[in-house]
Structures are given as structure tokens and as C-alpha cells.
Write a protein that binds this ligand. Structure first.
Ligand code: UDP
Length: 470
């Protein structure tokens, strides 16, 4: 980290997107900026999302908040302020609702005696570019996904005609000219309805991301160098990840993960190195009855040790078999496997020496967490950015294998069992060896002089320069 400067810190405005996978990395970034003397920060939030900031505010009480009432939207049940309360279908109305905070934010800015000199906002909040322009300050887009996804999304949102249905989209402009079938495109684009006012608003926001003054990625050079270079052709790029390695995240997680000190660690301590498959499909995915049965059967047949995190549904969903572990399963696999219902301390589990593989949906945070733990991924991409992430891991970096695809797909349990057993079979598996190599590169990136640490220093310096020039 570069030496701190004696200059009074410039005021920075931060606007997170209210979804766990988006907020946590942005709070990690703010923590890093505070450590670089950028302590004059205001975070925009709404009343029900305020508690998610408390671990950061406890460590840095000097950080301010601008708490504004969550504007209503006809497609959102009253009281909903966070994606976790409604699922991914809530993204569009939540973005549109938050855009209604434009006027109160601009008013607050105008009445402030030391107004912010820059805005950092989540990539779902692209409308804030226009807001920053009205305030006369630069906007930095914070991407909680990688540069590969940013490049794919930018290409698509500039070509709305592709949403009308093409069997295969060729990204001729991107490094390696990849092709994705329609079903593997990011799901926000697949849901896009040309001409619908809310969707057109969202599309303009996505286009605004790479038109902003700069982009900050929770990624690192060794992970996706070519794609970061590609984005650099369009705007300034700061690649500052994996943020989960950078301090506060661990403290935040320990607070959030009520389960630390969990029995699970006593169980893992008893298992040989690299022998356990960790199974978790992100913070939201609720599996249907057939999927639950197929996964259970595959785990049983694989004869492998495992830890399976199962998201539980409402009583009604459970009655329909969602999130329901088949009867007798736990007794049959007793000792060899554990089922955790609800929330598991994923970061700590992945970093345990006993974990040798991660059956994952390939959400970006899970990808980074497996990378920093040197654990190979058994990818089952389902939606959102996950197909792009899986392609990076499996086809380009060779640190994982693909075992299934699709949100509603029911895998063949014999085939899945075979892939699990093979992947966990030890150091003969090349993907495991490469995954450990990538971990080392991630650790180097966040050390003093590493690419991510240097970019964090550069970002902090850039903010101090705005102070001088304002
Ligand atoms: N997570 C966790 N415990 C769980 C489920 C998820 O700690 O039981 C965390 C996980 O470590 C990751 C995030 O939730 O940081 C999930 O983000 P990701 O981008 O992988 O997937 P999403 O939930 O957005 O689909």
C-alpha cells in the first residue's frame, strides 16, 4: 500500500446496489479506500438496507450515510428494499425505484458545504452517470462481476436487435471472438423487452457503464488480463480484486455468518486434505424436487465426502419439494457427508484444507472465493453471468470442469457422480493443480506491489487529484 498523504481527504459518494453479492465487495473496496486515508465517504442507502453497512461503520465510524426512503414501484411488494427479499426478478423494479432518488440526491449534493468530488456506484445503477454529470463529478462504475462479463454485456446492450432471438451470438469484437448460444447469454439481456420503458431505462444504464469516467473490477490481472485490456480501450480500468482477501471482508463475513464456530469445522478437521466436495449454488438458488433428488443421488453414488448447503423455501415451496432433502438420505450417507440448511460460512469452508472441490453455479463471488482458496470448480452455470464465468474458468483457465448447465436442468445422477468422484481423485487432476497455481497469483495480486494493490493505490491517488483540481 502506498504511504498515506497528509492532505485532507476528498469527499466520495458511494451508491451500492441492494443485493448481498453486490454490497459486500463494495464495502470491502470502501474499507480499502479508508485505509488509504479516504475517510470522507458518504454511502447512499435506504432504511432497511442500513444494517448491512454496520460492520463497515463499526470499523470506520467516520463514514457518513445518506438514508433515503425506498421509492415504491407497482411490481414490488411494499417493504421490499433488497433483492434477497424478492429474488432476481426484482432487479428491474428495484433499479427503476432507486432511480427516483435522483432528485433528493442532487438536492443533498447542492446543499452540502463540502460536496463529493466523485461517485462510485454499482454497475446496475448506470443511470447514476447522468446524475453525476448533473453534479459535475466523475462517476466510477463498480463491477461485482468480471471484465469478461462487462465486455459481453456492453456488446449486447449496444445491439438490442440480438434480444429478438438468435441461436448463437458471435462476439467478434472480444478477445478470442467467443460465441454463446442464446440460452447462455446473461439473463438480464435475455429478459430484456425492447420498447418497454423500464427495460429501455435499464439498457441505457448498462450502456452508461463503460462510458463512465472509470471502471473498478473485483477481479485481477492474472484472472482475466485480456478482458481487462479490452475494457481499457473504452475507459479507465482499476482491477482491485479479489476483494475478499483484503481485510474487512473477513470481519464482515464473520458477523454475517452466524454459523462461524459451526460444527462443520469440527467435522472438516477430521477429514483428509482435499477430500471434501463443497456444494452450494449461491445465496438464492432454490432447487426443485427433481434437482434435489438428482444431486442427493449423485452425492450418494459418488462415495465422496461432501458438505451440501441447501437453501430452504417457504412452507408452500417445501410442500412442492423445493429445497427438500430426500427422506433417509442423511442417514444413508452419515459420517461421509453433511447437509447444512440455510446459510453456511462459505469463505471459511472453502479455505479449509479438507475441501478439494466446489460444485458451484459459478456466481462471480463464488468464483473468486474458490480461486483464492485454490479449490477447483465443478461448474453448473444456471443464469445471469454464470455461463460467461464458467467459460473463463473451464475453457480458458482450465481450473474447473463443467458438470451440468441450466437453472432447471436435472442432471443424470450417475454421470454427475462419476464427474464428482473423478474430480476429487487427487493430484492427478490437472484442474486442481492449475487452481492452486491461480491462487498463488491471486495472493501476489493483493500484496504490496501486486497488480490489484497498485490499482487500489492508483484509484486512491486519482481521488486525491480530484480534490486538488476542484
Ligand atoms: N454465501 C455464503 N453462504 C451461503 C451461500 C452464499 O457465504 O450459504 C455467499 C458466498 O460466499 C458468496 C455469495 O454468498 O460470497 C454468493 O455470491 P455469488 O456471486 O456466488 O452468487 P449469487 O448469490 O449472487 O447467485
Amino acid at each position: 500500500m502506498s504511504p498515506t498523504t497528509a492532505a485532507p481527504p476528498p469527499h466520495i459518494l458511494v451508491f451500492p446496489y441492494p443485493a448481498q453479492g453486490h454490497t459486500i465487495p463494495l464495502l470491502d473496496l470502501i474499507h480499502q479506500l479508508c485505509l488509504r486515508n479516504l475517510t470522507n465517504i458518504t454511502i447512499i442507502t435506504t432504511p432497511k438496507n442500513l444494517p448491512t453497512l454496520s460492520p463497515l461503520l463499526t470499523v470506520h465510524p467516520v463514514i457518513g450515510t445518506l438514508v433515503l426512503p425506498f421509492p415504491p414501484h407497482p411490481d414490488l411488494p411494499p417493504g421490499v428494499e433488497n433483492v434477497k427479499e424478492i429474488g432476481n426478478s426484482g432487479n428491474l423494479p428495484i433499479v427503476v425505484s432507486l432511480s427516483k432518488l435522483h432528485d433528493p440526491i442532487v438536492q443533498w449534493f447542492k446543499s452540502h458545504d463540502n460536496p463529493p468530488v466523485a461517485l462510485i456506484s454499482d454497475f446496475f445503477l448506470g443511470f447514476t452517470l447522468q446524475m453525476a454529470r448533473e453534479m459535475g463529478i466523475p462517476r466510477f462504475t463498480f463491477f461485482t462481476s468480471g471484465a469478461y462479463l462487462a465486455a459481453v454485456a456492453d456488446y449486447l446492450w449496444h445491439r438490442p436487435e440480438l434480444a429478438k432471438g438468435m441461436k448463437v451470438v458471435d462476439f467478434v469484437d472480444l478477445p478470442g471472438s467467443p460465441s454463446f448460444t442464446e440460452l447462455r447469454l446473461p439473463s438480464t439481456f435475455r429478459r430484456y423487452k425492447p420498447g418497454d420503458p423500464d427495460w429501455e431505462f435499464f439498457r441505457n444504464g448498462m450502456i452508461a457503464n463503460l462510458l463512465s469516467y472509470g471502471c473498478v473490477f473485483n477481479s485481477f490481472e492474472a484472472l482475466e488480463f485480456e478482458y481487462l485490456e479490452y475494457v481499457k480501450r473504452k475507459t479507465k480500468v482499476y482491477s482491485v480484486g479479489p476483494l475478499s482477501l483484503l481485510g474487512l471482508n473477513r470481519e464482515i463475513r464473520e458477523d454475517l455468518e452466524t454459523g462461524s464456530g459451526h460444527d462443520v469445522f469440527r467435522w472438516l478437521d477430521e477429514c483428509p486434505d482435499g477430500s471434501v466436495l463443497y456444494v452450494c449454488f449461491g445465496s438464492q438458488k432454490l432447487m426443485n424436487k427433481n434437482q434435489m433428488e438428482a444431486v442427493a443421488s449423485a452425492l450418494e453414488k459418488s462415495m465422496t465426502r461432501f458438505l451440501w448447503v441447501v437453501k430452504t423455501g417457504t412452507t408452500r415451496e417445501e410442500e412442492a419439494g423445493y429445497g427438500l432433502v430426500p427422506g433417509g438420505f442423511e442417514e444413508r450417507v452419515g459420517g461421509r457427508g453433511l447437509v447444512i440448511r440455510g446459510w453456511a460460512p462459505q469463505v471459511q469452508i472453502l479455505s479449509h484444507r479438507a475441501v478439494g472441490g466446489f460444485l458451484s453455479h459459478c456466481g462471480w463471488n463464488s468464483v473468486l472465493e474458490s480461486v483464492v482458496s485454490g479449490v477447483m470448480i465443478l461448474g453448473w452455470p444456471m443464469e445471469a453471468d454464470q455461463f460467461v464465468d464458467a467459460r473463463l474458468l473451464v475453457d480458458e483457465l482450465g481450473v474447473g470442469v463443467r458438470v451440468c448447465e441450466g437453472a432447471d436442468t436435472v442432471p443424470d445422477s450417475v454421470e454427475l457422480a462419476g464427474k464428482i468422484a473423478e474430480s476429487l481423485s487427487g493430484d492427478v487432476v490437472q484442474e486442481r493443480v492449475r487452481a492452486r497455481g491461480l491462487k498463488d497469483k491471486a495472493l501476489v495480486a493483493v500484496r504490496d506491489g501486486g497488480s490489484s494493490c497498485t490499482d487500489l493505490d492508483g484509484l486512491a491517488k486519482e481521488f486525491f487529484n480530484f480534490l486538488r483540481s476542484s
